[in-house]
Each structure stands twice: as structure tokens, then as C-alpha cells.
Write a protein that binds this ligand. Structure first.
Ligand SMILES: NC(=O)c1ccc[n+]([C@@H]2O[C@H](COP(=O)([O-])OP(=O)(O)OC[C@H]3O[C@@H](n4cnc5c(N)ncnc54)[C@H](OP(=O)(O)O)[C@@H]3O)[C@@H](O)[C@H]2O)c1
Length: 330
């Protein structure tokens, strides 16, 4: 396994993590409890192969299944015996629900995650910023995150869906509290280059020593190349999204395919390796062992500078890209 990335004094993350939004989500991802055995195998495979950290959220799991992703991770961590067992790290994201208004609300939310996980949270992240619609909610929640860190209840704190102006404000706040922001999680892939290319978040994060985590690095699966026939698309919201995207992103899929063949890799592996080459940590979601195995194959090699330039140029020139998360701030 390649060396891990240090994001705080006592938290090290593998160069790729595993996203678990689908683990409990029926609406977008078609989760069914019968999938749990397979998901446990995904977990075991990832850890044993050195992909030792998992991204979850306290809002993951639809309806009655709310919190399911965290509960499954708790069970899987607890039952795992094997290689890298002591390196497992769990990053959760606390939702900015409108009724979470005080520092204590964030602390309570984190404690609930801890009880679902049956173990401490390693990295606690604010899922999104309320700056665009309820700005006064934000500081008390930052304060709660700072207190979790100051009390030693977590090893690191992170933010998600923040743009540069908002991130700088947060940085100043946490600095005054003596707390480091370890990570920023953003929607980033060859089809979601906006946060870095247009908002300039990488330069800022490098300056502030904040590690970028790339979520939806496969653009919900379309960058695996498996959804190319518009008559054979996944059901649910992805169907409409992919239908709109596919005719416009052919040059990108063709280039990914050519580069994949040159490197004896797959399209998904090239798309993930590109994220790594941009200095981000991708956290692809995986629903079965085959997907996880393929995604792990994005580690241990690097695209050439010429290949990266080629991909950047194509991505830049695309007529259409993935819509950005509505919570992304500037
Ligand atoms: N901070 C935030 O606001 C936020 C938002 C979204 C996501 N996230 C995090 O980021 C993680 C990853 O993003 P994501 O799950 O949205 O999207 P993604 O990683 O871009 O795509 C994941 C999906 O693609 C398909 N897939 C993955 N690997 C594959 C492979 N090798 N071959 C074929 N298909 C493959 C699977 O779905 P199918 O098999 O159904 O196609 C899988 O569920 C999430 O799980 C979550 O932890 C965070």
C-alpha cells in the first residue's frame, strides 16, 4: 500500500477511501438489506487491500433506514479481523438540519453517530454550509465541531461543499479556536471540475494545508463507461441525468477508454487515478466486490503528465458537465 496522507496530528488517510452513501439508500441507489453481506465483503476487501477509511453521513439511509450506513460500518468494523485492522478510520458527515442550531446540537449529533458506529468517529465533517439560506446557523455549528476536536472526541474535523470565500471565513474562525481544518470534501471528477477549476479551491486548500476529498469521483457511475446505451440506464434520478449527459461526453469516454487500454487499466481506474493526480483523495462508492476490486486498482500507478493534460483539455472543452450540488457555496 502506498504511504498514507497525514491530515491531522493523529489521523492518516489512505490515498483512496470508500464512499458509503449507497449503503442504506433506496431512493437513488436501490439499496436492499439483502445487500448487506455483499457490502461487508466490500468493506473487508477494502481494508485488507489498504483502503482503510470510509466516508459516511448521519443522513445516509432513506426513511426508516436513516443512519443505516453508519450502523453497517459499525458492524463491519467490529467484526473485521485481518490485515490493517488497526488502521480503519471512519469519517462521518453531520447534516446541517434546520433544527441543529447550537454547538451542543452538533456534539449530540456526533454522539449519536458514535453510538450507531459503536466506536469513535475519526473525522467529523459538516455536510454542507447553510451560508446561502440561514447564515446565522453556521457559527454555532462550527463551534460545536471545534469543541469536538478540543475535547479530543475526534481526530480531525472537515467541511464539505464549501467554496473559497466561505472556507476562508471558516478557516479564520477555527484558527481563533486553535483548531485545524483537516479536510474539505467536494464534488470533483472529470465531469465536475467546477470547484477546482472555477472556484480555485485547490490553491486555497494547499495554502491552508487542507486536504481535498473528491466525492462522486465516478460521477455517480457514468465515468466507469458502463452506462453508454441510453436504453440501458439505471432507474431513479440517475436515468434523466445520464440521458442528458451521455450524448455530450462521448469524447471524454473515448479518451478515457484509449488511455485505459494503453495502461492496461479500466475507464473507472483512469478516472479515479486522474483525481489522485490532481492531489485529491477520491472516495468512490462501491456496491459489490467486483466494483471495489476495480476501484482499488486505481492505486499504485500514475497517469503520465501528457495523459493528464489530454484529459484536462477534453474535460475543459465539454459542452455539458454534471450539475453541481446545490449546497456548494462560493
Ligand atoms: N459531501 C457530499 O455532499 C457528498 C455527496 C455525494 C457523495 N458523497 C460521498 O462520496 C461517495 C462517492 O460518491 P457517489 O457514491 O455519489 O458516486 P461515485 O463514487 O461517483 O459512483 C458510485 C457508484 O458508481 C457505481 N460504481 C462504482 N464503482 C464501479 C465500478 N468499478 N464499475 C462499475 N460501476 C461502479 C456504483 O453504482 P451502480 O452499480 O448502481 O452503477 C456506485 O454506487 C459517496 O458514497 C459519499 O460517501 C458526499
Amino acid at each position: 500500500m502506498e504511504t498514507k496522507i497525514k491530515v491531522s496530528d493523529n489521523l492518516y488517510l489512505s490515498k483512496m477511501g470508500c464512499g458509503t452513501w449507497a449503503w442504506g439508500n433506496r431512493f437513488l441507489w436501490g439499496y436492499e438489506p439483502q445487500m448487506d453481506e455483499q457490502l461487508q465483503q466490500v468493506f473487508n476487501l477494502c481494508v485488507s487491500e489498504g483502503v482503510t477509511w470510509f466516508d459516511t453521513g448521519d443522513s445516509y439511509g432513506t426513511g426508516k433506514l436513516n443512519g443505516r450506513s453508519e450502523s453497517l460500518l459499525g458492524k463491519f468494523t467490529n467484526e473485521y479481523k485481518g490485515n490493517c485492522q488497526n488502521e480503519i478510520a471512519i469519517a462521518t458527515k453531520l447534516a446541517v438540519y434546520p433544527w441543529r442550531l447550537t454547538p451542543q446540537a452538533i456534539i449530540n449529533a456526533c454522539q449519536k453517530s458514535v453510538s450507531r458506529l459503536g466506536r469513535p468517529v475519526d473525522l467529523v465533517q459538516m455536510h454542507w454550509s447553510p451560508a446561502k439560506y440561514l447564515p446565522w446557523q453556521e457559527k454555532p455549528l462550527w463551534k460545536g465541531l471545534a469543541q469536538l476536536s478540543q475535547q479530543g472526541l475526534v481526530k480531525g474535523i472537515g467541511l464539505s461543499n464549501y467554496g473559497p470565500k466561505n472556507l476562508q471565513r471558516a478557516y479564520d474562525f477555527f484558527q481563533a479556536e486553535g483548531v485545524k481544518i483537516s479536510t474539505l470534501q467536494i464534488q470533483y471528477s472529470l465531469l465536475s471540475t467546477y470547484p477546482i477549476q472555477e472556484l480555485g479551491l485547490k490553491q486555497l486548500c494547499d495554502r491552508l494545508n487542507i486536504q481535498i476529498i473528491a466525492y462522486s469521483p465516478l460521477t455517480l457511475g457514468i465515468l466507469t463507461g458502463k452506462y453508454q446505451d441510453i436504453n440501458n440506464l439505471p432507474s431513479g434520478p440517475r436515468k434523466g441525468l445520464f440521458k442528458g449527459l451521455l450524448p455530450k461526453i462521448k469524447p471524454l469516454l473515448q479518451t478515457l477508454d484509449a488511455i485505459a487500454q494503453n495502461n492496461q487499466k479500466t475507464i473507472a481506474q483512469v478516472a479515479l487515478n486522474w483525481c489522485i493526480c490532481q492531489g485529491t483523495i477520491p472516495i468512490p462508492g462501491a456496491k459489490n466486490v467486483k466494483q471495489a476490486q476495480e476501484n482499488i486498482g486505481a492505486l499504485g500507478w500514475r497517469l503520465s503528465p501528457a495523459e493528464i493534460t489530454e484529459l484536462n483539455t477534453i474535460a475543459l472543452g465539454l459542452e455539458k458537465k454534471m450539475i453541481q450540488n446545490i449546497f456548494q457555496t462560493t
